[in-house]
Design a protein around this ligand. Sequence first.
Ligand SMILES: Nc1ncnc2c1ncn2[C@@H]1O[C@H](COP(=O)(O)OP(=O)(O)OP(=O)(O)O)[C@@H](O)[C@H]1O
Ligand SMILES: [Mg+2]
Length: 168
Amino acid sequence: MAKVLTFAQQKGGSGKTTLLTQLAVVYASGGGGVGRKRRIGLIDLDPQRTLTSWMDERIRGRGEPDMDLIESSEWRVGTDIGKAARDSDLIMIDCPGAADVMLNRVLRETDLVISPVQPSAPDVWATRATLRAAAKQGADARVVLNRVPPVAWWQRKWRRCLRRKAPS
Ligand SMILES: Nc1ncnc2c1ncn2[C@@H]1O[C@H](COP(=O)(O)OP(=O)(O)OP(=O)(O)O)[C@@H](O)[C@H]1O
Ligand SMILES: [Mg+2]
């Protein structure tokens, strides 16, 4: 049964698509601690189609035998997840920033939500809504601190801040 990872964060520009593409490459090549290659089904739910452009470039540059991409939308996403599940071990869904109704629809089919957050108060506030939505739909969720300077005290500060301000 394919696992579904959804990259969601109400705040635009937090790093959803960047993190998704990096992890997709790691998982497809057998990294990420599992040690075997996985077939990845990418689902692009963002009308900006950044993920689709990334995939087009990748195919042009080197070919991409280990990933398929579906350009999807709110009303088709259930069917598209089913379609991707037939051919993939892992489905990775890229959501747009503001995605209320769409997000709830996707979260019902999601095993794990990954939510990148940058070190600013508005990013942390926006994370609450995403974590609440995930909890409501019974999806597990993880927050990834993005673009935090690689200094231990900064990382500790933002981890503390997230725990205080963005409880699930
Ligand atoms: N860790 C990082 N280091 C440097 N640049 C980054 C990092 N993460 C993201 N970026 C840059 O920040 C910008 C926004 O990233 P990205 O498009 O992944 O965000 P997003 O959450 O998908 O945005 P949107 O909500 O518009 O879909 C991009 O220019 C990306 O290259
Ligand atoms: Mg994006």
